[in-house]
Design a protein around this ligand. Structure first.
Ligand SMILES: [Fe+2]
Length: 411
């Protein structure tokens, strides 16, 4: 019986591991070696790099550290594909990842196959601590699957030929609900992940916070509403903006969401498309989200308000996650999906936060400076990856992710 009890969760872990590894390869299928090599700007990474870096993560933290006798595929890969782990030594410069014409995409595929075969071989004998690292590696790879898609969108957006990565659903799939306001709870509530199940270290521990009286919008802001913001001079009115945001708007000459092209079109993973005015606005920065909210007589929610709202929503709605690695948006009314939602909360540690020992302790904690929390999920988030306690984070100028806005206001 004991063996059986061990086999079931291990089997589940293995199937999720190899399904996740397979999905990453599927996402790369439409790309040429050149497509997969370009780095459109320093914060984005080449598709090929994502495929190799997630493989290095398993090779280093699972195989090297827990599989005696494992032989590295290529000793150069530790330098090339370590992202930011100081404990793992020197690494290639992040802004120069696009200079790596070699290894080729096919050589990266061979690296992945080598590591996958080793993982399959050693998995039954791994100690519990290593199985936790497999779980972390799955969730890490899912994060990179979303980055893979947003970075390919940024790459193709640079190309005057306007290439399409994949098909999008027909327009008009978004339900246009009238804006209404949900009365949020006032008082002490709990947020954060509980003790069971996977969560990133930054989501724990679960703890109490006080919520003042507030209301939160039933849906995300739409492209139509963003068009009204633009028409009303939103990008030209300094009193709507944070000082840093106004500097950014002027310096970067920002006048619309990142991928809008002219008055009617936007560049998408499906190529150039007519803007779907009923769809949630996407690819806006924290600065823009904040200015838009002020223009609308509202503000951005705090992460605690958002999380309490998600927990109180219809459970069926709350669990409505987007499709795996998809370019298919889910309907606009749910709590999860379409776009990540900016909150006004800084990405900071929760009371009692304790990063894990070892190099993976660098995973989140050292980024708790100058970034804001985003909640929910996007159309590019793999199925089942997010949850109410999930804390995505980006600096306030970032907008190449699928980022949007849900309004809140004091009550
Ligand atoms: Fe990573």
């Amino acid at each position: 019986m004991a063996t059986q009890a061990r086999l079931t969760p291990l089997g589940d872990l293995a199937s999720r591991l190899f399904a996740t590894r397979r999905l990453a390869l599927d996402l790369a299928e439409p790309l040429s070696d050149a497509d997969a090599t370009i780095q459109p700007f320093p914060d984005a990474s080449p598709a090929k790099w994502h495929l190799a870096h997630t493989t290095w993560f398993f090779e280093t933290f699972v195989l090297r550290d827990h599989a005696p006798g494992y032989r590295a595929f290529d000793e150069h890969n530790a330098f090339l594909f370590n992202s930011y782990y100081e404990a793992e030594g020197p690494r290639h410069s992040r802004p120069r990842r696009g200079m790596l014409s070699r290894p080729s995409l096919d050589e990266v595929r061979a690296y992945r196959a080598h590591v996958d075969e080793a993982l399959e071989r050693v998995l039954p004998a791994l100690p519990p601590g290593a199985l936790d690292l497999i779980e972390l590696g799955i969730n890490h790879e899912q994060q990179h699957q979303e980055l893979f898609l947003t970075d390919i969108l940024a790459t193709f957006a640079e190309n005057p030929l306007e290439p399409a990565y994949g098909e999008l659903p027909p327009p008009g799939c978004f339900a246009v609900e009238p804006l209404s306001w949900h009365g949020g709870r006032e008082g002490i509530v709990e947020i954060g992940a509980g003790d069971t199940g996977f969560a990133f270290d930054s989501e724990r521990p679960r703890h109490r916070v006080f919520l003042s009286g507030h209301e939160i919008a039933n849906r995300r802001a739409t492209n139509e509403e963003w068009r009204e913001f633009i028409a009303d001079g939103g990008y030209r009115t300094p009193t709507l903006w944070l000082s840093e945001g106004w500097d950014w708007v002027q310096r970067e000459q920002v006048s619309a969401p990142l991928y809008w092209r002219g008055d009617e079109s936007e560049f998408t993973l499906g190529g150039l498309r007519e803007i779907d005015w009923a769809a949630p606005v996407a690819h806006v920065s924290y600065y823009e989200a904040d200015a838009f909210a002020r223009w609308g007589g509202a503000r951005l929610p705090t992460e605690a308000e958002w999380e309490d709202f998600a927990a109180s929503a219809d459970p069926a709605l709350g669990n409505q996650l987007s499709q795996p690695g998809a370019v298919v948006p889910s309907p606009g009314g749910g709590v999860f999906g379409d776009v990540w939602e900016w909150t006004q909360s800084a990405f900071a540690s929760y009371p009692g936060f304790a990063p894990p020992a070892g190099a993976v302790g660098e995973y989140n904690g050292k980024f708790m400076c100058g970034q804001f929390v985003l909640k929910g999920a996007s159309c590019a988030t793999p199925l089942g990856h997010s949850r109410a306690s999930y804390r995505n984070f980006f600096p306030p100028h970032a907008r190449w992710q699928f980022t949007g806005v849900r309004l809140a206001r004091d009550a």
